[in-house]
Design a protein around this ligand. Structure first.
Ligand code: SF4
Length: 400
């Protein structure tokens, strides 16, 4: 037993006597909520490309893309992905660069790496199909309790619940759950309630209906209770202050990270300018993406010195090779928990001096790439902005 809330909710042996009994629904309420919610969903559900398909692989792709990303953003990526990778085998055969390239701009790149790795694992170790139960799906990298429940219920009709932020809010309001909704004990209660409610005949539709209710009607502020299909069972509505549930939680503080990026350019005797680009380590933030040489800054670092040291010691590009240089506009990019501030420097270096010193040991593969091929590399949104500023500066035609 993994101790995760979905599995706890499914385990009958876990119905300990110390579990609070108050939040549970009675049989009449369960039937009524199922009926009214599915009826509402059938009439109002959004038309989305991953609905009404019979392809577990495509459901998997959609659910991974929908993690932390809005539906409106996902639609185009989903369609492009399935056009390029119509089957699980086609993802398994692709190289990582291409997978990341297709994911570019969607963020949270770890999701793409997990999809790729899982597809390879399923082809190498099995018959190239997805497992059909939530328990087995949860064994795959990048699939947590929510995604496992969503795929199993939507693609395989397993009557298993899902609880995401939207569902947690609806449940907290239906049963006026007190306390921090992210606390372990409360999460367990939410999964239990969702497990009670999920419709055994239409589990996928029921789960999607709960999520859609949360995003369209039972919104964090100003829930539209007057048109809510489950209002007659909602305890928070009866209090007259439904937005008091769930209790607000402290937002995680956003860590500030400062870094310097050196857009390093050389001008061969013939052909277009070339840019030094470095591949990020495979794991971690923006793993596997390419970037212009970037180094994190300490509080008292002088930016120019820090860049020169980094280029020389890590990438083998000597400061002596610099022929021109200047500062560009700073770039700020917000990740979920990080505020990244990039100080930019444009460096033009002597083409003949640009060969990396042989004695520099580096784990970061650097390459020179012509400006018309920069768009072929998978890069983060922040680096695309850096690219734009650097190309503008170069195209202004003034000496840098
Ligand atoms: S009645 Fe209001 S608070 Fe209750 S579930 Fe519906 S929208 Fe949410």
């Amino acid at each position: 037993m993994c101790g995760c809330p979905r599995r706890d909710a499914m385990s009958t042996s876990n119905a300990e006597s110390d579990e609070p009994t108050k939040p549970a629904f009675d049989d009449e309420a369960i039937e009524s909520i199922r009926h009214h919610l599915l009826d509402w969903y059938d009439r109002h559900r959004r038309d989305l490309p991953w609905r009404d398909i019979d392809d577990p692989y495509a459901t998997w792709v959609s659910e991974i893309m929908l993690q932390q990303t809005q539906v409106s953003t996902v639609v185009d990526y989903y369609e492009r992905w399935l056009e390029r990778f119509p089957t699980l085998e086609s993802v398994a055969e692709a190289d990582r660069e291409e997978v990341l390239d297709l994911w570019e701009g969607l963020g949270y790149y770890r999701r793409a790496r997990y999809l790729h790795r899982s597809a390879q694992q399923l082809v190498e170790e099995g018959d190239g199909t997805l497992p059909d139960t939530a328990d087995e799906l949860e064994e795959l990298p990048g699939i947590g309790p929510y995604t496992a429940g969503a795929i199993a219920s939507i693609a395989f009709d397993e009557p298993t619940p899902v609880v995401d932020g939207n569902v947690a809010r609806v449940l907290s309001r239906l049963r006026t759950l007190e306390g921090d909704p992210k606390e372990r004990a409360n999460e367990k209660i939410q999964w239990r309630l969702a497990d009670q409610l999920v419709d055994p005949d239409r589990p996928g539709d029921f789960n999607q209906a709960m999520m859609e209710l949360g995003s369209a009607i039972c919104t964090p502020q100003n829930p539209n209770c007057l048109i809510c299909p489950v209002r007659e069972h909602c305890q928070a509505f009866e209090t007259g202050q439904p937005e008091q549930y769930p209790e607000p939680t402290d937002r995680p503080t956003q860590k500030s990270v400062s870094a310097a990026t050196a857009v390093t350019v050389r001008r061969p005797e013939e052909g277009l300018e070339e840019f030094a680009v470095v591949k990020r380590p495979a794991e971690g933030l923006l793993g596997g993406l390419w970037e212009f040489p970037t180094v994190e800054l300490e509080d008292d670092d002088a930016i120019g010195d820090r860049i020169d040291t980094y280029l020389a010691e890590t990438l083998g590009l000597s400061a002596a090779s610099r022929v021109e240089g200047r500062a560009l506009e700073d770039v700020t990019h917000l990740f979920s928990h990080i505020r990244l501030s990039l100080s930019l420097r444009l460096r033009v270096i002597d083409a003949e001096e640009s060969t990396r010193a042989d004695d520099v040991a580096t784990e970061r593969p650097l390459k020179w790439i012509a400006r018309d091929r920069l768009d072929d590399l998978p890069m983060s949104m922040a680096m695309r902005r850096v690219e734009e500023l650097a190309l503008d500066a170069l195209d202004e035609g003034e000496p840098v």
